[in-house]
Design a protein around this ligand. Structure first.
Ligand code: NAD
Length: 209
């Protein structure tokens, strides 16, 4: 359907569009203009039109975009039909918050299993997710089809846990720790650094004034 390569920046905005379009559809809306979507997601409408242009003729002048069709197209691109099986390692402050949140609004992504070293946590559940000893990481993961791991361990444990995750065949790691992880080329790492996000926000605030 979409043969050409989508620019990274566009691909990054797709989940944002997708989420808002879904919620608009739930509110009973059938079509939307780039201006309306722009107001909702705070991306300027020229960028939205440009982003959408990578997916063919999606809208008509004066009519706007058909929400159901957009959702259909974006879902395919985002592979939303494919469920991500997720594990979380490190059930501390951040890990606990993520387990409690557990992407409930997104049916296709759910943390299914968690690991920690703390005996008080092992054998319990948080947000319905069972917590196992990290000693059993390989054994437990081999019984599942988990392909993504969220890393919320202390920095000093990050590298060792990563090596073990890679050994089990994990394909993607969402790394919340400050550690720079070295992984083979076929494993993807997304590094979430809140201070960088905050700095970039402050930069935009300054430059908008
Ligand atoms: P935390 O100390 O509350 O939790 C860490 C958890 O990891 C603990 O439950 C600990 O028992 C467990 N753990 C330790 N070694 C382990 C191992 N080898 N295997 C499995 N589990 C292990 O820390 P936190 O505040 O939740 O932060 C977690 C990570 O996320 C840190 O690297 C931190 O720098 C980063 N981070 C935290 C925040 C935040 O707001 N809390 C924000 C951004 C990044």
């Amino acid at each position: 359907m979409v043969d050409q390569k989508i620019p990274k920046a566009t691909a990054k905005r797709l989940p944002l569009y997708y989420r808002h379009l879904n919620s608009m559809q739930q509110q009973g809306k059938q079509r939307i203009s780039s201006k309306e979507l722009s107001d909702a997601v705070k991306v300027d409408s020229a960028t939205i039109r440009k982003d959408f242009s990578y997916f063919g003729e999606l809208g008509r002048k004066g009519y706007g975009y058909d929400i159901e069709h957009l959702i259909y197209v974006f879902r395919k691109v985002l592979d939303q039909d494919e469920i991500a099986h997720v594990a979380l390692v490190g059930v501390g402050n951040l890990g606990t918050a993520l387990l409690n949140y557990n992407f409930i609004k997104n049916n296709n992504t759910k943390i299914e299993i968690a690991f920690d070293t703390n005996d008080d946590k092992i054998g319990t559940t948080i947000g319905g997710v069972p917590i196992y000893s990290v000693n059993d990481l390989e054994k437990e993961l081999s019984r599942t089809n988990i392909n993504v791991a969220i890393l919320t361990v202390p920095m000093h444990a990050a590298e060792e846990v990563t090596e073990r995750l890679v050994e089990t065949g994990i394909e993607g790691i969402l790394n919340f720790t400050p550690a720079r992880l070295s992984v083979p080329d076929d494993v993807r790492v997304r590094h979430i650094d809140l201070s960088v996000e905050l700095q970039s926000l402050i930069y935009f605030l300054k430059n908008e004034q």
